[in-house]
Design a protein around this ligand. Structure first.
Ligand SMILES: [Zn+2]
Length: 133
């Protein structure tokens, strides 16, 4: 018995790297985003449809909440402990949210797609183009 070539299933050694590099949850190679916030409808590598059903990415907001907390908590705690004024606190938090929001948006969708793939695996469609080598 060998590992399936399409990385379906709960554990794949390259999944963490694929999450970090923001890659497709199925083939772990295709790039879901083709702009700062714009996604391809299908993976340019394996052809799977990223949005499995209407409202699929609503679950990504739970990851966005968690990521937002992780991102903002250290500076919020630092500002609180150093006694920053309310105006400074608000300004720093607003600037941080605006600057990091695209990153949080992208990673929340990537994380959700990979978690969904681990919970309900899909395989590369048979009509997909053959990967190189
Ligand atoms: Zn793919």
């Amino acid at each position: 018995m060998t590992h399936p070539p399409d990385a379906s299933g709960p554990v794949h050694p390259n999944r963490l790297l694929a999450i970090l590099l923001q890659r497709c949850p199925v083939c772990l190679e295709g790039k879901p985003f083709d702009g700062l916030l714009h996604m391809h409808r299908t993976c340019p590598r394996c052809g799977i449809q990223f949005e499995r059903e209407t409202g699929f990415f609503l679950n990504a907001m739970f990851f966005a909440y968690a990521l937002g907390f992780v991102v903002l908590a250290p500076s919020a705690l630092y500002l609180y402990l150093t006694g920053a004024s309310t105006a400074l606190f608000t300004g720093v938090m607003a600037a941080e949210i605006l600057l990091l929001w695209p990153l949080v948006f992208r990673y929340s969708r990537i994380l959700w797609m990979h978690v969904d793939q681990m919970l309900d695996p899909r395989r590369i469609p048979s009509s997909a183009p053959e990967p190189d080598a």
